[in-house]
Design a protein around this ligand. Structure first.
Ligand SMILES: *[C@@H]1O[C@H](CO)[C@@H](O)[C@H](O)[C@H]1NC(C)=O
Ligand SMILES: *[C@@H]1O[C@H](CO)[C@@H](O)[C@H](O)[C@H]1NC(C)=O
Length: 217
């Protein structure tokens, strides 16, 4: 009989759920139809996109501060006028998070040092440029204040968050919905997957597609 060896590099790692007294409970995670993880984590906070009537909201919970039931009245980040679809913590500042929404905008938020005690309605900056909902936000991994967003208008915009201006607008590279976007390690390239069944590697500075998968079916 062959011995079954798990090939994964995580084969010696076994996860175990923590006890109930170290869990968050009763969180109304967003039920909007969108392929997103609906959460984002950094060394200080966990953020979770939640259901909100008449707008969009996400929770920001300070780790180790408390666990247990999250009351319905718990403060949220709630400045969008439509559901929030994606969130991403800034890699250079643990107090800063970006959100993309069905309201076609991207917002960047400054979370107070010790987390939210009141709901936050005023973003640091609103980034307007997409003509349809914004489903993906992803910070540049190395350059400060550079954020990418992808919308259902099939466009990718790279923003200077400091000035609120679009640095690069890649609106002619995709013919169909963008499913996901990923930066390479130093942020010189981005990779996208799209509903047209193609994977593209794009050099955003040169604004050109440097590679595209050759799958026709
Ligand atoms: C999108 O890509 C990121 C990596 O850049 C990955 O962590 C995430 O799970 C992907 N999201 C979806 C919905 O596939
Ligand atoms: C970034 O990484 C790529 C390889 O992934 C490399 O070719 C390129 O020179 C790097 N750029 C910078 C500015 O370091």
């Amino acid at each position: 009989m062959r011995r079954v060896v798990r090939q994964s590099k995580f084969r010696h790692v076994f996860g175990q759920a923590v006890k109930n007294d170290q869990c968050y409970d009763d969180i109304r995670v967003s039920r909007v139809t969108w392929d997103s993880s609906f959460c984002a984590v950094n060394p200080r906070f966990v953020a979770i996109i939640v259901d909100a009537s008449g707008g969009g909201a996400f929770l920001v919970l300070f780790f180790f501060f408390f666990f247990g039931r999250i009351d319905k009245s718990y403060p949220t980040v709630c400045g969008h006028t439509g559901p929030v679809l994606d969130i991403d913590w800034c890699p250079h500042n643990d107090q800063v998070i970006a959100s993309g929404s069905e309201d076609c905008t991207v917002m960047v938020w400054q979370i107070p040092e010790n987390g939210l005690t009141l709901s936050l309605t005023e973003p640091v900056v609103v980034l307007e440029g997409h003509s349809k909902r914004v489903g993906i936000v992803a910070w540049h991994p190395t350059a400060r204040n550079v954020l990418l967003s992808a919308g259902c208008d099939n466009a990718i915009i790279i923003w200077n968050v400091g000035t609120g201006e679009a640095l690069i607008n890649l609106d002619d590279m995709h013919v169909d919905m963008i499913y996901n976007v990923s930066w390479n390690r130093n942020g010189s390239l981005i990779c996208t997957s799209s509903k047209d069944k193609k994977v593209r590697v794009i050099d955003p500075r040169k604004q050109e597609i440097v590679a595209v998968s050759l799958c026709d079916n």
